[in-house]
Design a protein around this ligand. Structure first.
Ligand code: FAD
Length: 355
């Protein structure tokens, strides 16, 4: 049996919920399909000590401020999961869980959304599937012969899993800095942090709020046809959250340059220096989870789909929400996804009015 909705939203993380909030305000009939059986999107799977890089109020979806977490300026991931669970309940968002979307096909005036438990027909689709399910590991010579453990950011939980071991953490962003900090503050783990270029910390008094302001200024400049003011990268890569600052100031966060290759027992730098390791944690980013869109044949450079705002240029009934700056400045953040979600809902309503 094929069911119908005016709009199918794929993904029930923060981006899917923000889309639902604005679709509801537009009076559109919609459903949100999510592969997971519990609320919270990717936040359910992060490491134990993860802290947001902005205070609660600056990590809010449209309509409802995130309440502060008692005793914490920067909330943890469980707090975000609870906020998202409350959010979907409060706005009675029509979520259907445990349903994986496998493919989207054009079907005359409609889009056919094929799932692992039946199909939907929709006049428009918002894809909000995030990046978490597509960890990226770089091609490094010898990576396949290394006999130790290799993990990605998505696999890391806590230092106790590495007691008595030498761990190499690879990456120059927030995930790498936070995981290296977590491990290095534990006396039972020996850590080497490796970055492609020297780590670039934001000034200590700057957190995610400033990143959002920069992204907003950039969006305004681009909207007004002015020169690109530069993205958040111009400020620095790493938010110096209190634990990161503590580890850095204690001299525990000294980064080594990227190694050249790996062998059975560890890593080897260009000058022949080597380090044995029990585990390598690759904090090397993600790619967008877009395989369900493959039948639409929209893939462009770097695995992205060409968009104007959130709308796919090659398929105006499709919007992409939350994957990164390419689908709206700061759209892959809690506070940043609201505006592109609103724009997507408005554009979809306008599309329906025209047809
Ligand atoms: P997700 O949370 O990944 O949700 C996508 C949902 O879609 C999931 O539930 C998934 O199961 C589902 N899905 C995927 N594929 C399918 C399919 N085919 N069919 C059906 N369902 C599917 N942002 C901030 O604002 N502040 C921070 O401090 C911050 N810290 C971060 C720290 C880390 C380590 C990372 C990785 C990100 C951080 N972010 C932060 C960025 C951002 O908020 C998250 O990446 C966020 O989880 C993205 O939300 P999303 O809804 O786009 O994707």
């Amino acid at each position: 049996m094929t069911r119908t909705a005016q709009v199918v939203v794929i993904g029930g993380g923060q981006a899917g919920l923000a889309a639902g909030y604005h679709l509801r305000r537009q009076g559109v009939d919609f459903v949100i399909l999510d592969a997971q059986t519990t609320p919270g999107g990717a936040w359910q799977h992060t490491w134990d000590s993860l802290r947001l890089f902005s205070p609660a109020a600056y990590s809010s979806l449209p309509g409802r401020l995130m309440p502060p977490q008692t005793g914490e300026t920067y909330p943890d991931a469980q707090h975000v999961v609870e906020y998202l669970a409350d959010y979907e309940k409060r706005y009675e968002l029509p979520l259907q869980r445990g349903i994986r979307v496998e493919a989207i096909h054009r079907d005359g005036p409609l889009l056919r959304v094929q799932t692992d438990s039946g199909a939907w027909h929709a006049r428009a689709v918002i894809s909000a599937t995030g990046n978490w399910s597509r960890p990226f590991l770089p091609a490094v010579p010898g990576r396949s012969v290394f006999t130790g453990r290799q993990l990605h950011t998505v696999d890391y939980r806590c230092p106790a899993d590495f007691a008595g071991q030498h761990v190499i953490v690879v990456g120059g962003g927030n995930s790498a800095a936070q995981i290296a900090t977590d491990l290095t503050l534990d006396d039972h783990v020996n850590v080497t942090w490796v970055t492609q270029r020297p780590p670039h910390f934001l000034p200590d008094d700057i957190d995610g709020r400033a990143l959002f302001d920069v992204a907003t200024a950039r969006r305004r400049a681009l909207d007004a046809g002015r020169d690109d003011t530069g993205g958040v990268a111009s400020l620095g890569d790493i938010v110096a959250l209190p634990p990161v600052r503590k580890a850095r100031d204690a001299g525990l966060l000294q980064a080594s340059p990227m190694f050249d290759r790996m062998d059975r027992d560890g890593v080897v730098w260009a000058d022949g220096t080597r380090a044995e390791a029990d585990a390598v944690i690759w904090c090397t980013g993600f790619r967008p989870a877009l395989s369900h869109l493959a039948p639409l044949q929209l893939r462009g450079t770097r695995g992205h789909i060409a968009t104007e705002g959130t709308r796919a240029i090659g398929e105006p009934r499709l919007h992409l929400l939350g994957y990164g700056d390419w689908t709206g400045p700061a759209s892959a953040t809690l506070i940043g996804v609201g505006r592109p979600a609103r724009d997507a809902a408005r554009q979809i309503t306008a599309l329906f009015a025209d047809n």
